[in-house]
Design a protein around this ligand. Structure first.
Ligand SMILES: [Zn+2]
Length: 105
């Protein structure tokens, strides 16, 4: 996986670069990268994520850059959107509970 913006640029603006933290978990092999944040330090991770949840300062920065995101107030909202937007595919296996059925949300 490669990123268009340089690490040098990133280090000068991010205190702790969350984009690099995300990249460390790759390769993602087609799985979606979701970033949830509220501040400037989330910006460069949000630029790279497939799905972004933003509030407060991060939402304002993303508005300026024209980057699409989901506004959120709490994590129940995040879960609801992710359930609706992420189809279950062989690339995104989920562990099913053993012995019982899934509970409807
Ligand atoms: Zn960064």
């Amino acid at each position: 996986m490669s990123f268009p913006s340089s690490e040098a640029e990133c280090r000068s603006t991010c205190g702790l670069c969350k984009r690099e933290a995300i990249a460390a978990h790759g390769p993602f092999n087609g799985r979606l990268v979701v970033h949830i944040g509220d501040g400037y330090s989330d910006l460069c991770a949000a630029r790279q994520a497939d799905i972004v949840f933003a509030r407060a300062d991060l939402a304002r920065f993303l508005d300026k850059e024209g980057i699409t995101y989901h506004a959120f107030e709490d994590f129940f909202e995040v879960i609801r959107v992710l359930d609706a937007e992420t189809p279950e595919t062989p690339e995104t296996p989920r562990r099913e509970p053993t012995g019982g059925g899934r509970q409807a949300g």
